[in-house]
Design a protein around this ligand. Structure first.
Ligand SMILES: Cc1cc2nc3c(=O)[nH]c(=O)nc-3n(C[C@H](O)[C@H](O)[C@H](O)COP(=O)(O)O)c2cc1C
Length: 330
């Protein structure tokens, strides 16, 4: 569905070419300083502009509609709207009959019986992540002094991706990438096994981010090729610090006090301008499609602040659940 979280609850709304997109955050404690300018940095980092990102330019000016009074959160739901101004709806009607390979046109048509807003990919657009980033700004305040950071490790299989982006642009293709996210400063003890382990909750929200196709924590898949003697993180001292961090900061689904580290695989953008084979779903005819419109040649370039937001939201919820646990009050 469109909401996430148990205590710190985030509901996302909007369509790519509707009036706005945004977020409703319920369960945020009162008394947190919050203003529209707090959203600027992360929304700017998510915005397009870099080579290889969409020519669509949105100002991304957030408007706090409720939940903040005299500069502080009130404890009631916080609604943040972000207007859509740079829209070009005419480019997308075609995909109702001739779905783009790799995109959500076909599945949305089947699920919503033709009622889905198809303009600019509607609710399936990366535009929806603007609201997620806004919620992340609030979540980052809740988890402080813990902090989240992410960085691109590689694009198209290379740590030096300038040339890959150039090639995508010349050859009308797209590239995927791997992005790493680190949450530092979270104490030991957060996470709710069995089903709400730290990995489960983070993976749940991270997989909601469009174009994310994989996630691994700590040594991740490489752990399968390691011996126990290599993989085990030796403890040093009394506070649970470990010499290595193959566990990625989580044991038994609970934070162990070391940095929580995960990496995400972002697929290459499905909307590419070079001819592709698809079908007209009304007639069944095979069709060659050249996708018009404005697209990111590499989504991974824009993902770091989105992942940070997703991680912060997951961790904020786990922190609040931890605080609310009955055993903590005895
Ligand atoms: C920040 C961001 C920007 C995106 N830009 C595009 C884009 O320009 N063109 C496109 O086809 N997909 C883009 N996507 C990905 C699609 O939204 C996504 O592939 C689609 O909804 C199908 O979902 P799936 O790939 O997770 O299956 C973007 C995703 C994000 C997070």
């Amino acid at each position: 569905m469109n909401s996430f979280g148990r205590i710190f609850r985030v509901g996302i709304f909007g369509e790519s070419h509707g009036c706005c997109t945004g977020v409703c955050v319920d369960g945020c404690p009162p008394g947190i300083a919050l203003s529209e300018s707090d959203f600027e940095d992360d929304l700017r980092r998510r915005r397009s502009g870099e080579k290889g990102t969409t020519p669509r330019r949105e100002a991304d000016l957030p408007r706090i509609v409720s939940g903040v009074f005299n500069g502080f959160t009130t404890g009631s739901p916080i609604v943040v709207e972000i207007a859509n101004n740079d829209t070009a709806a005419k480019d997308y009607a075609l995909f109702r009959d001739i779905p783009r390979p790799g995109h959500a046109d076909f599945t949305a048509e089947k699920k919503y019986g033709g009622y889905a807003d198809f303009r600019g990919s509607g609710h399936f657009s990366g535009r929806l992540t603007a609201g997620l980033v806004a919620a992340g700004v609030i979540a980052k305040k809740i988890i402080a002094p813990a902090a989240v950071e992410s960085r691109i490790l590689e694009i198209g299989g290379s740590a030096d991706w300038k040339e890959i982006i150039e090639r995508c642009l010349t050859e009308r293709d797209s590239a995927g990438g791997i992005v790493e996210c680190t949450i530092s400063g979270a104490p030991a003890g957060w996470g709710e096994p069995f089903f709400d382990s730290v990995e489960s909750v983070i993976a749940h929200i991270v997989y909601a981010v469009p174009a994310v196709k994989g996630i691994e924590f700590g040594a991740g898949f490489a752990a399968a090729r390691m011996y126990g003697s290599e993989h085990n993180d030796a403890f040093e001292g009394q506070e649970g610090a470990t010499v290595t961090n193959h566990a990625g900061g989580v044991n038994g689904g609970i934070t162990n006090g070391n940095p929580i580290v995960f990496r995400v695989a972002v697929k290459p953008t499905s909307s590419i301008a070079r001819p592709q084979t698809t079908a007209n779903i009304r007639t069944g005819a095979t069709v060659t499609l050249e996708i018009p419109g404005r697209h990111d040649a590499c989504i991974a370039l824009r993902i770091p602040p989105v992942l940070e937001a997703a991680a912060a939201i997951a961790i904020a919820d786990l922190k609040m659940i931890y605080r609310a646990e009955p055993q903590k009050k005895i």
